[in-house]
Ligand binder design. Structure first.
Ligand code: HEM
Length: 279
């Protein structure tokens, strides 16, 4: 098992080499180091580590390299944008889906969030335009993604040639892990990284404040191609649900264990019993 804690960078430096069996793995720790690799030296670090089983199954964008990756990525981004998934179309699709979800839970409706009531009310569907008028809700969603830290190890990258980085040479064929966990839970970037607190994304006046260390989708040339779709879904689903329901837990908030059930390539949340009370 690979255990690299954000605070280790103070002790061991931000570039840590470990061996997983025979495989040399370089772990990049902390916001500055991860950003320097993924953004400032984006081309050097754009390789993807070989995953033989996945490759046999898919040969897909996630695990390909070189020209094949470039073409697949261009194709995927264009497809998401142009063929029926343009922003407006995507938005109305998700609005439809949210309505279905609401219909499913409608028997149990009751209360809501003050901010959403004031800005949108309960009769119309939210749009992405509403996001800037809902700073608290936006902050809650950002904080949920930061706190969950869904892909803590990132998807491993690969040195497709010798890379000169921060005074080190990372040899060709080294697996590189730009550790998202070390950025999303860094004491240098967040007041209380282990506490769920939407104030991490709000200024003193309650305005939304983005922190550049918010990189759950990673960053640079290999960053998640589904980011805008995922963010749109999160916003529209959550706001639609909160327009129509109050959520609570049968045993009260204290009974909820928010630590992940499994934590390896992904932080997988536990199953919860949830009361969706109609408003
Ligand atoms: C909350 C939801 C999501 C999170 C947190 C997430 C996170 C990530 C991360 C961390 C990576 C690796 C980036 C890197 O290697 O530096 C990635 C890659 C990728 N994601 Fe997502 N993702 C999400 C949703 C989606 C969705 C909805 C799609 C599809 C529409 C998608 C498609 C992909 C693809 C194809 C790649 C590989 C890109 C490449 O290798 O060039 N993701 N994602």
């Amino acid at each position: 098992m690979l255990l690299v804690f954000p605070q280790w960078s103070k002790q061991y430096g931000p570039v840590i080499t470990v061996y997983l069996g025979l495989q040399r793995v370089v772990v990049l720790v902390g916001y500055e180091t991860v950003k320097e690799a993924l953004v400032d030296q984006a081309e050097d670090f754009s390789g993807r580590a070989p995953a033989p089983f996945a490759y046999k199954a898919t040969k897909g964008l996630l695990i390909s390299n070189g020209e094949r990756w470039r073409q697949l990525r261009r194709f995927t981004l264009t497809t998401l944008r142009d063929f029926g998934m343009g922003r407006k179309k995507m938005e109305s699709w998700i609005q439809e889906e949210s309505k279905h979800l609401v219909d499913l839970l409608r028997e149990n409706q009751r209360e809501s969030i003050y901010e959403i009531d004031n800005v949108i009310g309960q009769t119309r569907s939210p749009t992405m335009e509403d996001r800037k008028s809902l700073p608290f809700t936006n902050a809650v969603i950002h904080e949920a993604q930061r706190f969950l830290d869904l892909v803590p190890l990132n998807v491993p990258h690969y040195a497709t040639k010798d890379i000169s980085f921060k005074g080190y040479i990372i040899p060709k064929d080294t697996v590189v892990i730009p550790l998202l966990h070390s950025v999303l839970k860094s004491v240098d970037q967040w007041d209380n990284p282990w506490t769920f607190n939407p104030n991490h994304f709000l200024d003193h006046n309650g305005n939304f404040k983005l922190n550049p260390a918010f990189i759950p989708f990673s960053s640079g040339k290999r960053a998640c191609v589904g980011e805008s779709l995922a963010r749109m879904e999160l916003f529209l689903f959550l706001v639609t649900l909160l327009q129509h329901f109050t959520f609570s837990s049968p045993g009260g908030p204290e009974s909820v264990d928010i630590s992940p059930e499994f934590s390896s390539l992904g932080n997988i949340p536990r199953r919860y019993q949830l009361i969706a009370a109609p408003r």
